[in-house]
Design a protein around this ligand. Structure first.
Ligand code: 13P
Length: 340
């Protein structure tokens, strides 16, 4: 039996008007790659200082309703002495946790990956709950190639994602379900649309098969865009293609769709979300919002660069990006707001 009252309360907080989700759950190898790119050494102390900078940004709770952490962060403390999840909660931001264990190659499906982490997941979740987490994230990845993703990869990944979501709900966590069709490659937007539709279709069939309560989950999809070697189409085109695929595949029972940024620039991710809100004119059956990592963090990370005397300026840049995305969620963003 799921604790539907707890789940409903978490969903309500995560989908509150004008807010989105910050993904700050990069695994240690991934944050090391991001830090390397801007010349920050990836020490435990730097990761603590950086993530606590994000969460303690003054006024950030107005635009960010939830934050996804990596396991290490749950035990780390802000300079003020509280745990980082406690600091988030104090700022009205619901703490969440990435629970998958990353990807490996899928046997007998060359070019495809599968996400691991189901073993002992229920037990691990009990520990995360004690540390304040109320929602979870699991990410699957699908690379587009001539023969990928294979039907085997689409089915096998959907199955693990649904098992994860069922276990999360059983333990009182709202699962973020993240099937990410990657932007890597030279495919066109039409191919991304076809793959995304096949992936979402399989994911929801599996979620229903596993009796996941669609009312108490959040979908975190990619937008429908061409591979990185192509220019980004207009935001209106991205919105039209993305909404077409989602309308065909995502039941109206799902409360919220929070997009990943997937390697789009911060400005593109904001403009595309804004076009989505504008195109749906408030008539979409789900909340349309954001759950960005790079598109929210790139400016503050570059400014901070590991220097404590730049923390204030980095927080201002983070606040600015969060505010613009909150405006985009309501279709109220325009590029001239970038300069403000
Ligand atoms: P990006 O917004 O950088 O794609 O990250 C979102 C995320 O959480 C990936 O799992």
């Amino acid at each position: 039996m799921v604790d539907s009252q707890r789940l409903a309360e978490t969903v309500q907080r995560l989908t509150a008007p004008g807010r989105g989700i910050l993904a700050a759950d990069e695994s240690t190898p991934t944050i090391t790659k991001r830090f390397d790119a801007v010349g920050i050494e990836s020490t435990e102390e730097n990761r603590r200082a950086y993530r606590s900078l994000l969460v303690t940004t003054p006024g950030i709770g107005e635009y960010i309703g939830g934050v996804i952490f990596f396991e290490e962060t749950l035990d780390q403390r802000t300079d003020g002495g509280e745990t980082i999840p406690e600091a988030a909660d104090k700022a009205s931001i619901v703490p969440g946790i990435k629970v998958d264990k990353g990807t490996i190659e899928l046997t007998n499906a060359p070019g495809d990956k599968i996400t691991q982490g189901l073993d002992n997941l229920g037990e691990r979740l009990k520990g995360y709950r004690e540390k304040g987490a109320r929602f979870t994230k699991w990410r699957n990845v699908y690379a587009i190639g001539h023969h990928n993703p294979t039907p085997l990869a689409i089915e096998a990944n959907a199955e693990v994602l649904a098992r994860y979501a069922a276990i999360a709900q059983e333990q009182g966590f709202v699962p973020i379900v993240e099937p990410e069709v990657l932007m890597d490659g030279d495919h066109d937007a039409e191919r991304c649309a076809q793959v995304t539709e096949a992936v979402q279709h399989a994911v929801f069939a599996a979620l229903i098969r596993h009796r996941v309560s669609l009312e108490y989950m959040i979908l975190k999809p990619n937008m429908v865009v061409p591979g990185k070697s192509h220019p980004m189409p207009s935001a209106e085109e991205v919105a039209e293609r993305t909404l077409t695929v989602l309308r065909r595949t995502v039941p109206a029972a799902v409360p919220s769709i929070n997009f990943l940024s997937g390697g789009q620039s911060p400005e593109q991710a904001t403009a595309n979300l804004n076009a989505m809100a504008a195109a749906s004119g408030g008539q979409a059956p789900w909340v349309l919002s954001f759950s960005y990592a790079r598109a929210l963090q790139q400016p503050p990370m570059e400014i901070w660069a590991g220097q404590s005397d730049r923390a204030d300026e980095a927080q201002k840049a983070f606040h600015h990006r969060a505010r613009l995305n909150a405006a985009a969620r309501a279709g109220a963003y325009s590029p001239d707001m970038e300069a403000a």
